[in-house]
Design a protein around this ligand. Sequence first.
Ligand code: ARG
Length: 273
Amino acid sequence: MPKVLLCPPDYFDVVDQKNPYMSRESAVDRVKARTQWEALCAVLQQNACEIETIDPVAGFEDMVFAANQVFVGEKNGVKFVVPSRMLYPSRHREVPFYVDWFRARGYRIIELDYGDDYLEGHGDLLWHPDGSRVYAGYGFRSTRGGIEKFAAAMSEMGIPVVPLQLIDPYCYHLDTCLCPLNKDAALIFPGAYSADALAALHQFWNRIHLLTAEEAHRFMGNGIVVNGKYVTPHVSPQLKVLLQKEGLTPVIVDTSEFEKAGGSCFCMKTFLP
Ligand code: ARG
């Protein structure tokens, strides 16, 4: 039974502009946000996930995006997390709450010495589904140096890291433009990557399915793969066909309120080992 960590949206809001989706003009409907968050939890539960939650903290308007504060892994039976260094100080203050949550549950904490660098957890760091490597996006939030420091720590555990430069501000996190579907196939939005990054991706996947800019910018590449389903805020006719080729059925969860903050399904959870 996959375990997944989420944070209730009690204090969720849009108060500044951390990414191009955010604008102070788009007021958040808190009631609607709560309903959408609960619908996401219900879909995950219906698909055999066990939900764990972390207590939300007043004044932390983005804490609901549970994918960013730490990188979670397991190697040789040891569960670990790498705490993030978030670019925005208001978000960086979320990190200790998540680290405490993981520490209390016995995870090893691997602290990196970031210096001037940044690293934003599973916003930019995605496991290959077979655990053989980690894809690491940089350019908007995580820095190249942050990825290198992370890669050095992972290499001590024998985990290779593939750096991928991101170039589209609407795909400021890797989880908006790369979605592993299974060990052979991934969805990507090619316009989000430098030429080198695109070439690297093609080396590691047998089947790459391309999303359009419109699909990616509507978070169709920010889905959650679970139990033969693809949990997504929207589905286009071509995405439906791509998913079908990989044996996945789309399940739509409206995340309109969270999209105002630049996040959708994938950003709102972290899978636990
Ligand atoms: N407003 C949040 C931010 O800009 C959204 C984070 C979305 N998370 C993600 N994993 N893409 O930091």
